[in-house]
Design a protein. Structure first.
Length: 88
């Protein structure tokens, strides 16, 4: 799959979150308030800490998504509905 424009290897059956962690990325977004780092917390789809954009669809839980070779994943977008990097 592609993550932030770079190829990322994964093992069949891994989730997007598992592939990111296996590649050494333990945080891939920040909180809206305070800009604190977030990655996997619960790992079961409850906390929404692991959000990524997949194929242009924002707010996908990386811990629930099986990795696919044709996926395009984007991380580190702000949470205010645009992609300008601020909260406004
Ligand atoms: S880690 Fe909690 S929803 Fe994905």
């Amino acid at each position: 799959m592609t993550v932030d424009g770079e190829p990322l290897d994964f093992t069949e059956g891994q989730t997007v979150a598992a592939a990111l962690v296996a590649a050494g990325r333990v945080a891939w977004r920040t909180t809206r308030v305070g800009r604190r780092p977030r990655g996997v917390f619960c790992g079961i789809g409850v906390c929404f800490d692991c959000l990524v954009t997949v194929d242009g669809v924002r707010g996908q839980r990386a811990c629930l998504l099986p990795a696919r070779a044709d996926m395009t994943v984007t991380t580190r977008e702000d949470d205010d509905g645009d992609d300008d990097g601020d909260d406004g």
